[in-house]
Design a protein around this ligand. Structure first.
Ligand SMILES: NC(=O)c1ccc[n+]([C@@H]2O[C@H](COP(=O)([O-])OP(=O)(O)OC[C@H]3O[C@@H](n4cnc5c(N)ncnc54)[C@H](O)[C@@H]3O)[C@@H](O)[C@H]2O)c1
Length: 326
């Protein structure tokens, strides 16, 4: 019955999580952003900031006066996003920098180029992601969802931590906002099969990567707290949002999704609202280790609070990306 736990259960768990979200969205309005404080002089990096929720986040942060760096692997789309935002707002500053999260070398090069600008960094939004991609490996040989959604952001965040630390201060912490998903509730993290080698299921791989991001966020927050760093880390669940993320759904599922998305999915602007809130709201100053959904603190999965698992994942991730484990 290995196929049951390998293929069927991850698919069922992912769709159940999706149904629960849709039911919530049917009965509840999307979180409406309050008036947020100006962000003049502050700098943000938004991964995958050229389209979908990332674009909405970049647009909103720039509108608040931030200098936004859109970090992505599609240069034309990134430059078009910069142009669009510049046409819409004369506030802030927006630029594109190339970053392929599916390549550890690219992550390192991005950080080097960003640091050579001598800019501070007040907000890091780990937003980029892919979903339900057929079995594929990153440049470094990691399963794509795990390697791109999770490990790429793990390395990026760790390499930017010193800049985030220097840029934050007591009463005005730098903020790390990581986009997870309700699919993490159905996620299983098998430390012996992080790469999906023993059996591959795209649904399980996506859920696992989103669970890993929550485990990572909580452990990171504990470390930041223990060191007294002026940096906070929170995870955000944007709900179900009508974006290109669903492009890998099989054709029948695509057909079924269209009318449902029209009725029940959030727009990218609505989906981005909790991340924007986490990045800027005054009432969240100093608050870390939260899982935020629809603008509110929410319980994440039981597994995500397993401190032993968080620690083991951190150590294993350090080894995989070649970071010191201290
Ligand atoms: N849409 C939803 O319903 C939903 C639900 C829960 C969570 N999320 C999460 O929200 C985040 C944003 O997704 P979205 O819905 O806006 O989808 P999207 O497809 O519109 O955006 C994904 C972004 O990630 C970027 N990206 C993909 N591969 C990359 C790579 N190798 N290097 C750098 N950037 C890369 C893309 O260029 C794009 O800008 C993702 O992390 C996704 O998992 C989305």
């Amino acid at each position: 019955m290995w196929w049951l736990s390998c293929f069927l259960l991850p698919v069922v768990r992912l769709y159940l999580a999706g149904l629960k979200v849709l039911l919530y969205q049917l009965l509840n309005r999307s979180f409406a952003l309050p008036v947020l404080p100006r962000q003049d002089g502050r700098v943000a990096i938004v991964t995958g900031g050229a389209r979908g929720m990332g674009l909405e986040t970049s647009r909103h942060l720039a509108g608040l006066g931030m200098h936004v760096v859109i970090a992505g692997n599609e240069e034309d789309e990134g430059l078009a996003a910069v142009k669009k935002i510049q046409q819409e707002t004369d506030q802030g500053k927006v630029e594109f920098m190339y970053l392929d999260l599916a390549s550890l070398k690219s992550v390192r090069q991005f950080v080097q180029r960003f640091k050579s600008k001598g800019l501070p960094l007040h907000v890091l939004i780990n937003n980029a992601g892919v979903m339900l991609v057929p079995e594929r490996k990153t440049e470094d040989g990691f399963e794509l969802h795990f390697g791109l959604n999770y490990l790429g952001h793990f390395l990026l965040t760790n390499l930017l931590l010193d800049t985030l630390r220097k840029s934050g201060k007591s009463g005005q912490c730098s903020r790390i906002v990581t986009i997870s998903s309700a699919t993490h509730y159905g996620g299983r993290l098998d430390l012996n099969n992080l790469q999906g080698r023993s059996c591959y299921c795209a649904h399980g791989a996506y859920s696992q990567s989103k669970l890993a991001l929550v485990l990572f966020t909580y452990h990171l927050q504990d470390r930041l707290c223990a060191q007294g760093d002026p940096v906070t880390a929170n995870a955000v669940d944007p709900g179900m949002v009508d974006t290109d993320l669903y492009e890998n759904l099989c054709s029948p599922a695509q057909l079924a999704k269209r009318p449902v998305a029209k009725l029940l999915f959030r727009t990218p602007a609505e989906g981005a609202s909790t991340a924007i809130y986490a990045a800027t709201a005054a009432e969240l100053e100093g608050a870390g280790g939260l899982y935020l959904y629809n603008g509110r603190k929410t319980e994440s999965s039981v597994t995500s609070y397993d401190e032993q698992l968080q620690g083991r994942l951190w150590m294993q991730s350090c080894a995989l990306v070649g970071l010191q484990k201290a």
